[in-house]
Design a protein around this ligand. Structure first.
Ligand SMILES: [Zn+2]
Length: 288
């Protein structure tokens, strides 16, 4: 339920390659608190003939709100697609409401370059914090903190209405060493970053007059030994956590949440919270 007079705002955080079962087992403080204020849905990706468990496909689906049969991204490779007809959420929102401040922060190539099916960030992402991870020897382990710092700055001192922050370290570590202790530590670091993003929102001078919907999701799972792209349940698992930050800065339990969720529901959920009509081309539903 939206409070009278409070400006609706949305933060969507993307963690690459985080397994739902691992994240639940770790009992992450920030993610668990967010889920307590809303809901945590485990989601299962469709058969890999419909939606391969690879990064470019997963984020295309999450951000456009349509499955690959519509957006046309079926792999990480360079290919023709229909992202111009099914742009990411920020561009969709901006086209519907040109006064909207949209913000994207990422260091994965698909978002900001023509690598593979990219760029996923369309012309409606009005403020971008972008670094090219190829210029950093440690890749996401080095670029996630850069993106994080930029996002904290933007969320605390800027005025984004709809923000997407992508962090990729978890996927990199799963590829390198499987889903063991190092992976769990990387997920815990993502959770600490989530906590700081929420603290940045809470520090906003107008926070009491704003109603922030915060969502966290992932593009695919991982095999126990690391790696994805296949159709195992480990690779097809994903999740959505959504919650609304209360005016006192603590998560609030108001609102009614859907029982079932799919990753295509994230975009309609964000648009509905902002009061923007969901375009007919999007088959998903608002989760709230
Ligand atoms: Zn990925």
């Amino acid at each position: 339920m939206q409070h009278e007079g409070r400006r609706p705002k949305v933060l969507l955080v993307g963690w690459d390659g985080v397994r739902d079962d691992t994240a639940r087992r770790l009992i992450l403080p920030a993610l668990t608190a967010l889920a307590d204020s809303g809901r945590w849905w485990g989601t299962t990706l469709p058969d890999i003939t419909v939606a391969p468990t690879v990064t470019a496909v997963g984020w295309s689906t999450i951000l456009t709100g349509v499955w690959p049969d519509q957006h046309g991204v079926m792999g990480n490779e360079e290919e023709l697609n229909r992202l111009h007809r099914y742009p990411e959420l920020l561009t969709t929102a901006y086209c519907e409401r040109p006064t909207l401040n949209t913000y994207g922060a990422a260091s994965a190539l698909i978002f900001g370059t023509t690598f593979g099916p990219g760029p996923l960030f369309g012309p409606g992402v009005r403020t971008v914090d972008w670094v090219d991870r190829r210029e950093y020897p440690g890749k996401f382990t080095e670029t996630d903190p850069v993106i994080q710092d930029a996002a904290e700055r933007q969320l605390s001192t800027g005025d984004p209405d709809l923000a997407f922050v992508y962090l990729g370290e978890t996927d990199q570590i799963a590829h390198a060493s499987g889903v063991g202790a190092e992976y769990e530590q990387a997920i815990a670091r993502q959770d600490e970053r989530l906590s700081r993003l929420i603290d940045s929102i809470r520090s906003r001078p107008d926070f009491a007059d704003e109603e922030w919907l915060v969502m966290v999701t992932t593009d695919h799972g991982h095999l126990d030994e690391g790696g994805h792209g296949g159709g195992s349940w480990q690779e097809r698992q994903s999740f959505i956590v959504a919650g609304v930050l209360g005016a006192d800065g603590k998560p609030s339990a108001d609102g009614v949440w859907a029982d079932e969720a799919e990753n295509i529901d994230i975009a309609p959920t964000a648009l509905t919270h902002l009061g923007i009509p969901v375009p007919e081309r999007l088959p998903g539903k608002s989760l709230r």
